[in-house]
Design a protein around this ligand. Structure first.
Ligand code: AHR
Length: 662
């Protein structure tokens, strides 16, 4: 049905006879026709709950893609802190020779501080003095953010050629002016590897990311360095922690869980480059780092414990992806005895997460400072194993399932695709579609078999807009979310993917990512705000409701909680939609509706790093008298109404509303 106002044509004779009368008649007719054609009715049976809404419906999915951790959430400022190199030299590090100084840098493949980091950077300064220092600089992840009056904490491993104290000057320097923004000096000495720590404080200079990090010497000397690290203040002041601005954005989404570590990142291109969790725990110097599936190297600073702490910080449950014997390049471990070591590795991983300090792997976690076990209700076996051409996932899943259930009967085991043989607890569905495709998928679960496994929509996104989704994508997302909410008795969890993108050139491997950032700033896409809006009023039950007379680009869901009604409306059409909302059973009181409204003029309108808040939800409050509300949804609008019902006791039907209602 078209939502555009229809044109009213009057006979020519009428126009000539009484022009003003005919104009008013035309306007009246047009108004009547417009109202008659466009008014929809949303009937809500306020006191009739239908099915449960899963409290874990909205969560996060994450992996190392688009510089999600390195150069993203993980707050490390030094890029390539472990000195990988190629034909051009040490990546991201460059020689500094001021004035008459002379020096060279290279990789010493025989000198390293640990079995995991067996090489180092060797800095040989042959000529330098206080006015002509020499050393090297790090460019950071597309710059280094320096904010005024901020404390930076760093560390490095070093050794020198002698026992004499060698002062190493460390500084944050503005790229264009050369201004030193923060500075300190550390005496280094001794021929054995040692870890050094330092702090420096910035002054009043304005926040910027056009800066770099320098380490210099004021005399001839040889210095070996490894694991050079620098952190700004982090969320919850965690050591080795996360960026505050991005964590705050995630917190606003109220996510119930975190699915990690992927995604393709879990699988790796080869078995050797999978998410090998044992190489990503403990001190950073014991982590060898590894190449990812997304064409860049991971520092592995975001290891298993850091993921769990991220969960702890945002009160999310972990949904732990366990490597299942298939890697993206096609390497495969067949079910049976060959797979046993990987099943064992998965069991040990679960023990690392959940075991007491008296268990082998719980003790390893406790040694890293987290004696308290984490709660773990969900694990997922593999990722998108439909790509396994030999079709071995049924057998691999069954082998993991039996072993995990035997030891951890309460853990829900998610299958990454539908499986035969064992009935999985939960199946993971993925959707990556254009806007129209997501409108269609908004009804996907309406007919799902309620006796089958529960559904985890572990990855979904409307892919329109780059690097981050535009408003059309947000409309597709919001439409899809109404469908998940309506069917949340079966769709118990969902997570958008990918979550993050570094918007600098070369930072993105996958388009349409929820949250964008550079070294200094971050922003939420319209899709991000749609999720913030939806999760702000989840409700615990769906409510009997029906919609009639709306266009096919209009979507809704209604849920309730003891004290409120959550009405979500999505008008993805270019024309406004009038909606008469009937709150049947709400009673005669005056109800307060808190509205969050996000709209745009076109589907291509969007937010960017330069204009981060072009499209954001606006808040307003209105009151609804009694049971009827005449409402208009503007074109291209997403709206969440939280209605606080003023109930007269008599209007509440016994048994249909949770008993704790006042
Ligand atoms: O989200 C990007 C990728 O899409 C994930 O790594 C993978 O699981 C899916 O194919």
């Amino acid at each position: 049905m078209s939502l555009r106002p229809s044109v009213v044509t009057l006979p020519r004779k009428d126009i000539m006879m009484n022009r003003s009368a005919s104009i008013s008649t035309a306007l009246l007719l047009a108004a009547v026709t417009l109202y008659a054609q466009t008014s929809a009715t949303l009937n809500v049976e306020v006191n009739q709950t239908k099915s449960a809404v899963s409290p874990t419906l909205y969560g996060l999915m994450t992996e190392e893609i688009n510089y999600s951790y390195d150069g993203g959430l993980y707050a490390e400022l030094i890029r390539n802190r472990t000195f990988r190199s190629d034909w051009s030299g040490i990546l991201n590090w460059f020689l500094v020779e001021n004035g008459s100084a002379a020096a060279k840098i290279g990789v010493d493949s025989k000198e390293g501080p640990s079995p995991a980091l067996t090489n180092s950077a060797k800095l040989e300064v042959t000529r330098a003095d206080a006015n002509s220092p020499a050393g090297f600089l790090n460019e950071g992840y597309w710059g280094i953010a320096v904010r005024p009056n901020t404390r930076y904490v760093g560390s490095f491993f070093a050794k020198t050629a002698s026992d004499d104290a060698l002062p190493v000057t460390i500084a944050l320097v503005a790229d264009h002016s050369g201004q030193v923004l923060a500075k300190t000096s550390i005496p280094v000495g001794g021929t054995a590897w040692r870890r050094y720590t330092f702090e420096m404080q910035s002054g009043n200079a304005a926040a910027s990311s056009d800066n770099h990090f320098e380490m210099t010497l004021d005399r001839p000397a040889t210095l070996w360095l490894q694991l050079v690290s620098l952190f700004p203040p982090t969320y919850h002041s965690r050591t080795n922690g996360n960026r505050i601005d991005i964590m705050e954005k995630l917190a606003a989404m109220k996510p119930a869980f975190l699915r990690f570590p992927g995604g393709n990142y879990l699988e790796g291109n080869r078995i050797e480059t999978r998410f090998d969790w044992k190489k990503m725990i403990g001190p950073l110097v014991d982590r060898p780092t590894h190449p990812t599936t997304w064409n860049y190297h991971s520092s592995d600073g975001m290891g298993l414990l850091e993921f769990l702490q991220w969960c702890e910080d945002l009160r999310m449950e972990p949904v732990l992806g366990i490597y299942a014997g298939y890697s993206l390049g096609g390497e495969l471990v067949k079910p049976g005895p060959d797979l046993d070591p990987y099943v064992q590795e998965g069991l040990e991983e679960i023990e690392y997460v959940t075991g007491g300090a008296d268990t082998k792997w719980g003790a390893v976690r406790a040694k890293s400072g987290h004696a308290e076990p984490f709660k773990l209700r969900y694990v997922e076996i593999g990722n998108e194993d439909n790509f396994d051409r030999q079709r071995t996932y049924d057998g691999r899943y069954a082998q993991f399932y039996k072993a995990i259930k035997a030891k951890y009967p309460n853990i829900q085991i998610i299958a990454t695709i539908p499986v035969k043989g064992v009935t999985p607890d939960i199946v993971d569905d993925h959707y990556y579609k254009r806007e129209q495709g997501m409108f269609e998928e908004a009804r996907h679960y309406d007919k799902t078999d309620r006796n089958g496994p529960k559904i985890f929509v572990g990855e979904w996104a409307t892919r329109e807009g780059s690097p981050t989704p535009n408003f059309g994508a947000a409309l597709g997302d919001a439409a899809f979310m109404t469908g998940m909410e309506r069917n949340s008795d079966v769709v118990i969890m969902s997570a958008y993917a990918p979550l993050f993108v570094n918007v600098n050139p070369g930072g993105m491997q996958w388009t349409s990512d929820l949250i964008g950032y550079d070294a200094l700033n971050s922003y939420g896409s319209p899709s991000y705000y749609a999720q913030v809006m939806f999760s702000s009023c989840l409700g615990d039950h769906t409510v009997n409701s029906s919609l009639s007379g709306a266009g096919d680009k209009f979507f809704y869901s209604v849920t309730s909680a003891p004290d409120k009604l959550c009405v979500k409306l999505v008008n993805a059409s270019s024309a406004p939609q009038a909606v008469n909302i009937a709150l049947n059973g709400a009673g005669t009181g005056t109800h307060t509706a808190h509205l969050q409204t996000m709209k745009a003029n076109t589907t291509w309108a969007t937010n960017t790093i330069a204009q981060p808040e072009s499209i954001v939800p606006a808040r307003s409050t209105t009151s609804i008298k009694g049971e009827r509300m005449r409402h208009t949804m503007p074109a291209y609008t997403i709206q969440v109404m939280q209605i606080e019902l003023e109930r007269s006791v008599g209007s509440i039907k016994k048994g249909t509303i949770p008993a704790d209602l006042p």
